[in-house]
Design a protein around this ligand. Structure first.
Ligand SMILES: [Zn+2]
Length: 325
């Protein structure tokens, strides 16, 4: 195991109750001491999401290297005791069933981070790949207020720019930070899922962070060279400061069994015209084992030790400490 320690803002296990959470050993062995994992997307039914959460909670409680991160102190303990703290996130708001009260319930089950639209518009927010540009709806405003009230991290990934702008503006009036848990600057790679400099600056004004992902098509590296993440990190750091940049690998563990419902219209959620393959997602991902190479490269580029630690873990930990309660 290397000497670097990391906090990963977002990665994915298969959203299935029979998925083996011990796959996270790869994160652990790479030096990660905190990770937020996806427990559901807009395209998965609530029954699948609930049975997955139940299974993951049991598996974490039985594990000798995982800690369920309910509070910031659980993450501090994971760093101290060399464990991996895990909390849950949702990708989209359809699992809320248009009911604000479900947020508090999900929080009790371990949810600590949520974005509101998975690529497509819904009753709450607009998605990044929807042809109809939609901001936050009136009901969406209530949802954002409740997310902040509950101390859940307000994520903007997969949202439309209009929605991101609206959430940043509302969050500023509430004096609450927001984040992109896995999004890269469009100035480096032009893709609808990547984000403009204007939005990066809006997030920074809330006191929030942008976590850079390792998805090949968003990083712009078909051969999965981890150093291809560096220009994304450097661009954000130059634009808004090294204290606003983090890592959200979006590494998707694959055990060979799909977690996408068989009747799902993949082309709707991952449109071919937006650069996805015929079968939908099918991404390639830079793995956690490569994180130390990113640190070494930042050091070679004369980033100071405290700046590297900030990008690799501290900025996210500071945000969580400020936001969760
Ligand atoms: Zn995602």
């Amino acid at each position: 195991m290397n000497n670097f320690r990391f906090a990963d803002c977002h990665s994915c296990l298969p959203v299935r109750p029979d998925a083996d959470i011990n796959m996270l050993k790869v994160h652990y062995e790479a030096g990660c001491r905190y990770v937020s994992i996806n427990v559901g997307m807009d395209l998965q039914p609530v029954s699948q999401i609930f049975s997955t959460i139940a299974s993951f909670r049991r598996q974490i409680s039985e594990s000798d290297f995982l800690i369920q991160a309910e509070n910031f102190s659980d993450i501090e303990r994971a760093f101290r005791e060399e464990k991996l703290a895990v909390s849950f996130d949702l990708e989209g708001s359809l699992p809320l069933l248009d009911n604000k009260d479900t947020l508090a319930l999900y929080k009790k089950l371990g949810l600590r981070q949520i974005h509101l639209a998975y690529n497509r518009n819904n009753s709450i927010a607009g998605g990044a790949h929807d042809p109809v540009k939609q901001g936050l709806t009136k009901f969406g405003e209530e949802i954002v207020r409740e997310i902040h009230r509950l101390g859940i991290l307000m994520d903007l990934s997969h949202s439309s720019e209009e929605t991101a702008r609206d959430i940043c503006a509302l969050s500023r009036t509430l004096n609450k930070p927001v984040l992109y848990s896995h999004a890269n600057p469009r100035a480096i790679v032009k893709h609808e899922r990547n984000i403009s400099d204007e939005i990066i600056q809006e997030v920074a004004k809330t006191g929030g962070i942008i976590a850079i992902n390792g998805v090949a098509k968003f990083v712009g590296s078909s051969d999965l060279n981890p150093l291809a993440m560096i220009p994304h990190i450097e661009h954000c750091a130059a634009l808004v400061g090294t204290d606003k940049v983090a890592i959200g690998l979006d590494y998707c563990y694959d055990d060979g069994i799909s977690d996408i419902p068989s009747d799902c219209n993949r082309g709707f959620w991952w449109p071919i015209q937006s650069g996805y393959g015929e079968n939908g997602l099918g991404g390639k991902y830079i793995s956690p084992e490569n994180l130390c190479k990113i640190c070494e490269e930042l050091a070679r580029l004369n980033y100071q030790e405290d700046e590297i630690a900030a990008i690799c873990s501290k900025n996210l930990l500071v945000l969580i400490d400020k936001s969760w309660y």
